[in-house]
Design a protein around this ligand. Structure first.
Ligand SMILES: [Zn+2]
Length: 302
């Protein structure tokens, strides 16, 4: 089992497109071959891209693609998160050339780093105020990959003491993608960052849990009984019924938990959240529902 994005998206990631932009290009029905053949004007008029997006796409697909194994390794070792802000500025990602591609055409693992779009912009301001330098990028990558590896090693250790069949050998990263009986990741901090005003305040934990058969959320809430007693209640919400593209589960136990979590945080919109979970307050859920009925989309600013 590997932890990799769907194939067509992975191909677009190989050309250094940001994952959300790659998704947009993919959903517009475009392939790399088409993007190479079409003029920017056609990409705008026929495929709904902005002129800036069309230019980025046209330029990107002229490059030599990054080896898919390198893409997967970078994403796994970074837990699909920006190496600089660790996902605090947003969960979408882009593969950035530490020394710019135009200078060296170097697509090696060593010359690439996973960044969010915000830090990607800052990395392109190297030498300017507030820009991120090449040295800072290299250091951030080493630090973050080490933290992810440590977390994965701990996770694997935890699973093996829990009696599941993880083999603790090989490198740390492989451990993280081995099938285990049950894995969970705490996602409340990421949800709070994305929805600072709308989550139910009494929640103390939101775990994304996945077994070999299914994915679900385990939401824990705390209710103060009196001065010294706090009752905690955990409730599981099955995510198995949610389908994304036709015939395909949005949260697929066949994929890695980090990938499913990434999908939950970045792709699962607020309208889906209110329909499938009870993460939001009643007021927020009503506001989202009203906005959706009037405008066909969520309100943003949550
Ligand atoms: Zn970042």
């Amino acid at each position: 089992m590997t932890s990799s994005p769907p194939k067509t998206l992975a191909t677009l990631l190989q050309y250094g497109l940001a994952d959300d932009f790659a998704r947009k290009v993919h959903e517009a029905g475009l392939t790399v071959t088409m993007a190479r053949a079409l003029r920017a004007a056609d990409l705008v008029s026929k495929y709904g891209l902005s002129l800036a997006e069309a230019q980025v796409l046209t330029e990107s697909v002229r490059r030599r693609p990054i080896d898919p194994d390198v893409v997967n390794l970078l994403l796994q070792r970074s837990n699909f998160l920006c190496n600089v802000c660790k996902g605090h500025k947003g969960s979408s990602y882009i593969l950035h050339h530490i020394v710019e591609y135009e200078k060296t055409q170097d697509n090696s693992y060593e010359n690439l780093v996973v960044l969010c779009p915000t830090d990607h912009d800052l990395a392109h301001r190297d030498g300017l105020t507030l820009g991120i330098t090449v040295d800072q990028l290299r250091r951030a990558k080493i630090d973050w990959e080490r933290q992810v590896a440590n977390a994965n090693a701990q996770l694997a250790m935890h699973k093996s003491t829990m009696g599941s069949n993880v083999n603790v050998h090989g490198n740390d990263i492989q451990m993280a993608v081995m099938p285990v009986a049950r894995q969970s990741l705490e996602i409340l901090p990421q949800l709070r960052a994305k929805y600072p005003r709308s989550l139910r305040p009494e929640m103390t934990s939101v775990q994304f849990v996945q077994s070999q058969e299914r994915c679900y959320l385990e939401i824990t809430t705390a209710n103060r009984v009196n001065d010294y007693l706090v009752d905690e209640t955990s409730k599981r919400t099955d995510l198995a019924f949610i389908s994304g593209h036709p015939e395909r589960l949005l949260f697929d136990p066949g994929r890695s938990i980090t990938e499913n979590v990434h999908c939950f945080i970045s792709d699962f919109d607020e309208v889906s959240i209110i329909n499938c979970t009870d993460l939001f307050t009643h007021t927020a859920a009503k506001r989202i529902d009203d906005h959706w009925r009037q405008h066909g989309c969520g309100p943003g600013n949550l």
